[in-house]
Design a protein around this ligand. Structure first.
Ligand code: ZN
Length: 222
């Protein structure tokens, strides 16, 4: 990565869980510190794993960080003199983060963000796609599939729940490759909900028919 960035830039580090995103973020921040850059690191308030005031990797690597509740709070907390801004778990921020990161890069800041690119069903995890689109650099980190040992880019959820976010539940996931990934495993509850919706859906046309019948009855009485 180029260490000159007078014009400002956005760097994205993304991948599945256990792929070393935070480690890579910390590595880049350390290099910036060696280069005597002024650094500020942020993380969203929802992530209370490990310690509150630091970005910590699974390997217990750490870098001091400030917790912020929203993209607006992040923007307000940035010091004008800061050269490098690091953000971990960026996928947990509100959609306003896209504009905030763009604004900071436009002010000449080097902005480095790390986050999950896909959710537990393998769907793009907003706002990551939008941030990747406006970034100068995108690095995809890969984990190792626990099933077959191939490079893994999916986060396999091991418990049945349809919550998109399971904070502090690292043991509920394992990295898997495209071939070994089983979204249906985590979808069991979703399927239950879909069946319920199916019942609701089949009752809906009946309501519509009833409504149409009453309308035609009205027509006849007129
Ligand atoms: Zn595999």
């Amino acid at each position: 990565m180029n260490l000159r960035y007078a014009t400002g830039q956005i760097e994205v580090i993304c991948g599945s869980m256990f792929s070393g995103k935070t480690e890579e973020l910390i590595r880049r921040l350390r290099r910036a510190r060696i280069a005597r850059q002024r650094i500020q690191v942020f993380k969203p308030g929802t992530d209370d794993r490990y310690e509150k005031e630091a970005v910590v990797s699974h390997a217990q690597d750490r870098f001091d960080a400030q917790m912020v509740k929203s993209s607006v709070e992040l923007l307000r907390a940035v010091d004008d003199r800061t050269d490098v801004i690091g953000v971990d778990e960026v996928q947990f921020f509100d959609p306003g983060i896209i504009e905030v990161l763009d604004k900071l890069a436009n002010r000449g800041k080097r902005v480095i963000v790390a986050g999950l690119d896909q959710d537990y069903l393998g769907r793009p995890f907003e706002p990551m796609p939008q941030i990747m689109a406006i970034a100068e650099y995108v690095t995809k980190t890969l984990a190792v599939c626990v099933r077959c040992g191939e490079p893994a880019n999916r986060s396999q959820r091991l418990i049945a729940t349809d919550d998109r976010v399971l904070v502090g539940a690292g043991e509920a996931y394992e990295p898997r490759c495209r071939r070994c990934f089983e979204p249906d495993l985590a979808r069991q509850l979703d399927i239950g909900l879909m069946d319920m919706n199916g019942v609701l859906e089949s009752s809906r046309p009946r309501d519509a028919v009833d409504a149409a019948d009453s309308r035609s009855t009205d027509g006849e009485t007129r």
